[in-house]
Design a protein around this ligand. Sequence first.
Ligand code: GDP
Ligand code: MG
Length: 457
Amino acid sequence: MFENLQDRFGRVLKNVRGMGRLTESNIKDTLREVRMALLEADVALPVVREFVEQVRGKAMGEEVLRSLTPGQTLVKIVNDELISLMGEANAGLDLNVQPPAVILMAGLQGSGKTTSVAKLARWLREKQDRKVMVVSCDVYRPAAIEQLRMLAAEVEAECFPGSGDQDPVDIARRANEAAKKQFFDVLIVDTAGRLHVDAAMMDEIRALHGAVVPAETLFVVDSMTGQDAANTAKAFDAALPLTGVVLTKADGDARGGAALSIRHITGKPIKFLGVGEKTAALEPFHPDRVASRILGMGDVLSLVEEVQSKVDHEQARRLVRKLKKGKGFDLADYREQLVQMSNLGSVTELMDKLPGMNGIPDQVKQQVNDRELVKLIAIINSMTPQERTFPAVIKGSRKRRIAAGSGTRIQDVNQLLKQFTQLQKMMKKMKGGGMAKMMRGLTGRMPGGMLPGGLPF
Ligand code: GDP
Ligand code: MG
């Protein structure tokens, strides 16, 4: 889902994350690329413009330019704007009416209405414990009524019988009465679609709307139609008051233009995503989750927030100052890093939130677990201040003492020293700016491929 957009954004934001300093010019470059990415994803132009303007306004703010992690902050701004574009929070169904609450489904032919009726019936029964009846008012295609009947049986919903020779409005009215008599909580009304928006279809759906007075009027639209989805939604909304959108076939949509345009163009929330042909393939639409999917970040933002709240910024700054003065990175500094990391909570948990970590086998992840961290800290704790500053003095007998003192084995001490030497070498290689950037990474996000503890994986 949304792979292309994810790819593009991924590349743009990867550069941004590493930026030591945000300037007017690199913000401008980044925004140009963001704009391109959105246009390629078939996001509607007014939406793209507004989005880019919002991000620009926020990115140029004092707070961002002076922040310790400007690149990260910019990523967060983009993320927040994506969320707000899609409507902030999940908009649920409002079925708080005298039962049966009627849900009217509208949309073009082939958009996925009938499938979505079944998915919704299943979701309401399984997740909301509602007693659901469905009815097809698609009298034009004989197979349509049969299609819904079969799907209803599959999802264990009652299907009100109708036939092709009856009037759609009449079928809907009778279904509504039957649902009321039989104490159904919800009645979902499937309707006929045309290939294009036309007057006859609009008249019919308006008449249906008038006859059943729906609690929810959902517009069903194919995600792959991109920004057209938003325009069709707008046309329907002009004919009958929509309360929300079901965006289908999101599983096959690599671009995401519909998801990003609909809310802004129509003012209507996307309430559900169809993510497959099966009746279980329906997800309530959560703007924040979709945004992080698009940014390919796992839960990286909550991670950033966690790190920002827990890491001691003052300590990190002291370290940067010290490094800038040319003093070397020693084991005491390493220990501080490790302690900061352990403050963050479970490393394994943390790693799950990092992007790109999904591919790493659990076995490997567990090698860098929390106990490992505690062990490393214990080893450094057992060293004298002199040993921490000049690790070269740590030879055989000292190693034995340190291992005994920390309850570890000599191999563990060796391993820590090796890791530390690698880390130190890496730091030396970096020029002044690179070092500061890395330390900044410490308080923001882990630099690529390495946790701040210098644990390589
Ligand atoms: P209707 O004409 O609006 O009632 O559309 P249908 O419900 O009959 O769906 C048309 C086609 O789209 C069918 O082949 C469905 O299986 C397929 N479809 C519907 N929703 C989804 C979805 O979320 N994902 C995928 N991959 N296919 C879907
Ligand atoms: Mg249908």
